[in-house]
Design a protein around this ligand. Structure first.
Ligand code: SF4
Length: 503
C-alpha cells in the first residue's frame, strides 16, 4: 500500500542568546498542531496518510529531527504549522534541513505566510500556505500524494467563509506528559469585530466571527476527557463575542465532563455579567483579558476604542465574584508611553490586584496596520524577525530608547509578582505560579515564554550555513504585508461585525 508520511511541526524560535527555545515542560499544547492533525484524513485516494506531531518547544532531545528525513518506502511531507513572524527563521531552517535530507515536500503555514509577502523564498523547494488550514490543507495533501507541491496555496482566499473546523483528536498520553497540565488548546471561534491597529488577529482571522458547530466542539471535549485531558484552553480571541457562547456553555454544563477551561475575552465582557455565571458553572478557571493600558488616550490612539480603564475594577470584581482568575494582559511601549506612565499603570494594576498579569513590549507585528505605518515612517530599527516576539524593542520609541523597554518589562513582572507574594503571605497561600513568575522574570526570562525548565540543545549557528546555502541570506528581508484579495475584502466588510463590536 502506498503511504505518505506527514510530519507536522510547530517550530520554536531563536531566543536572544541564539538558543532554540525549549522547555522541560510546556504550559499549553499548540492548538494548530492538533487541529491540523485532526483535519488530516486517514487516506487520500488509496494512499495511507501516516501522521507525526512535534511541538518543538517541549522536545527535550533532538531525536525528533530524525523524522525530517526521506524514507525509502514513503514520500515525506513536512508541514510547519502556526508559524508566526518570530518563528519564521526557525521554520525555514527546519524546512532546509528536511530538504537537505531528501524530504520531498515542505510547506509553511500560519500567521506569517498568511499575512506577509514570502516571494523572496519562492522556488527554493518550500511552499507557503496563504489561507487557513480548512482552505489549503486537503489540497496540499493531494499534491504531495500526486508528487508536486505548488509554490503557494490559496493566494486569493485567506478564510473559509463557513468554518467547518474538525473534531480534535487529543494528544497521546506521552505527549500530554510534556506539559505542566494535561491541557488541550481548542480554537472553535475565529475573527474579531474590533480593529486595534497593532493586532495580527484581525489580519489572520478577519472581522466576521465564524465558529464551528457546537456539536463539533462538544465532541472534541468528550474525546479530550476520554484521552486524559483535564484542562482546555479556548484560544479563540474574544470568546464573549461568540454568538453561540451561551449555547456552548450550557451544553458543557449539561454534559458535566469535569473539564476546567481558560478563555480569552475582550474588556466589553464587563457589560455581560450574566455570562460570568455561565462561565463559572461550565468550569472556567481563568479569563485572559487584554486591558493593555490604563490610559484612555493611549488606547484610542491604538484604535482600541472599546477599552475603558475606569471599568477594569468592575471586570476584576466580576471575575473574583465568580471564582474565575482574572488574567490582565498589559502592553508597554505605546508611542504615548513614558517611564512615568508605565510605572503609574503598574500601581493602578496593583490596586486592582488580578491574580495573573502579563506584560509585553509593543511590537509592530509584520502584517498588521501598525507595522505598515511604522515601516512607512521608517522607525523600525530591528532587521531580524526573531526579535519580533513582544519581548524586545524593535523600533525607535519617542521617549524610551532601546534597552529601556526591556528593563521596564522585567521590572513590571518582578514588581507585580512581588506585590502578589506579599498579598498571599498574609493568608499563607503562596501560588507556585506567582513564585515562578517572580523568579523567572528576575532572571530576565519572560514568564510567558511557554514553559518551565529552559533547555539549550542547539543554536542558530548550527543552522546558519544551511540557511545561507538554501535561501541565500542570513536574515529574511523584513516583509511587506499582503493585501487581502477583493473576495476576502468583500467578505471582511460584509458581515454584521460592526453591530457585534457594539454588543
Ligand atoms: S480586541 Fe483583541 S483580537 Fe480584537 S482587534 Fe483588538 S487586540 Fe485584536
Amino acid at each position: 500500500m502506498k503511504t505518505l508520511k506527514v510530519v507536522l511541526v510547530k517550530p520554536s524560535k531563536y531566543a536572544v542568546d541564539g538558543a532554540v527555545e525549549r522547555f522541560e515542560h510546556g504550559f499549553m499544547p499548540n492548538a494548530s498542531l492538533y487541529h491540523i492533525a485532526s483535519l488530516t484524513p486517514d487516506y487520500i485516494g488509496s494512499t495511507r496518510i501516516e501522521v507525526y506531531t512535534v511541538d518543538e518547544y517541549v522536545r527535550g532531545n533532538l531525536e525528533y529531527l530524525d523524522l525530517l528525513a526521506a524514507r525509502t518506502d514513503a514520500p515525506t511531507l513536512l508541514a510547519l504549522v502556526g508559524v508566526q513572524s518570530h518563528q519564521f527563521h526557525r521554520a525555514l531552517d527546519l524546512a532546509a534541513l528536511a530538504r537537505s535530507r531528501g524530504v520531498q515536500h515542505c510547506v509553511i503555514g500560519g500567521p506569517h505566510a498568511m499575512t506577509c509577502d514570502t516571494s523572496q523564498m519562492h522556488g527554493r523547494g518550500v511552499s507557503f500556505a496563504l489561507g487557513e488550514a480548512e482552505v489549503v490543507w486537503h489540497q496540499v495533501l493531494e499534491d504531495a500524494v500526486s508528487g508536486q507541491l505548488k509554490d503557494v496555496y490559496s493566494p486569493g482566499m485567506r478564510w473559509q467563509k463557513t468554518l467547518e473546523g474538525a473534531v480534535v483528536k487529543p494528544p497521546a498520553a506521552s505527549e500530554l506528559d510534556r506539559y505542566v497540565l494535561p491541557m488541550l488548546g481548542l480554537y472553535p471561534v475565529r475573527g474579531c469585530p474590533y480593529r486595534c491597529n497593532y493586532c495580527s488577529v484581525v489580519k489572520i482571522a478577519g472581522h466576521p466571527v465564524r465558529s464551528t458547530a457546537i456539536e463539533t466542539t462538544m465532541e472534541s471535549l468528550r474525546r479530550a476527557k476520554a484521552g486524559g485531558v483535564r484542562y482546555i484552553a479556548f484560544v479563540s480571541d474574544n470568546f464573549n463575542k461568540y454568538p453561540n457562547a451561551r449555547d456552548l456553555l450550557e451544553a458543557m454544563i449539561e454534559a458535566d465532563l469535569g473539564l476546567r477551561f481558560f478563555c480569552q475575552c475582550d474588556t466589553h465582557v464587563v457589560n455581560q455579567p450574566e455570562l460570568f455565571e455561565l462561565l463559572q458553572r461550565a468550569g472556567c478557571f481563568e479569563m485572559f483579558i487584554g486591558v493593555e493600558s490604563f490610559n484612555r488616550a493611549t488606547l484610542k490612539a491604538a484604535s482600541k476604542f472599546h477599552n475603558y480603564p475606569e471599568k477594569y475594577a468592575r471586570l476584576a470584581g466580576l471575575c473574583r465574584d465568580h471564582g474565575i482568575r482574572a488574567h490582565f494582559s498589559n502592553i508597554i511601549g505605546f508611542a504615548e508611553d513614558t517611564e512615568r506612565s508605565i510605572l503609574d499603570g503598574l500601581e493602578i494594576l496593583k490596586g486592582l490586584n488580578p491574580p495573573v498579569a502579563s506584560f509585553y513590549v509593543l511590537t509592530p507585528i509584520p502584517g498588521t496596520e501598525q507595522y505598515d505605518d511604522f515601516m512607512a515612517q521608517g522607525v523600525i530599527t530591528e532587521r531580524n524577525l526573531d526579535r519580533f516576539d513582544t519581548t524586545c524593542s524593535v523600533w525607535t520609541h519617542p521617549t524610551l530608547p532601546g534597552g529601556e523597554l526591556e528593563r521596564l518589562l522585567y521590572h513590571c513582572y518582578v514588581d507585580y509578582y512581588r506585590h502578589l507574594m506579599r498579598q498571599q503571605s498574609r493568608h499563607d497561600e503562596f501560588s507556585e505560579f506567582t513564585i515562578f513568575c517572580r523568579y523567572i522574570a528576575s532572571q530576565g526570562i519572560h514568564p510567558m515564554a511557554g514553559g518551565t525548565g529552559r533547555l539549550t540543545l542547539d543554536r542558530v549557528e548550527d543552522y546558519m550555513a544551511l540557511r545561507r546555502r538554501t535561501y541565500g541570506f542570513e536574515h529574511a528581508d523584513l516583509p511587506t504585508s499582503l493585501d487581502l484579495s477583493a473576495e476576502d475584502r468583500a467578505f471582511n466588510q460584509s458581515s454584521d461585525w460592526r453591530k457585534s463590536a457594539r454588543a
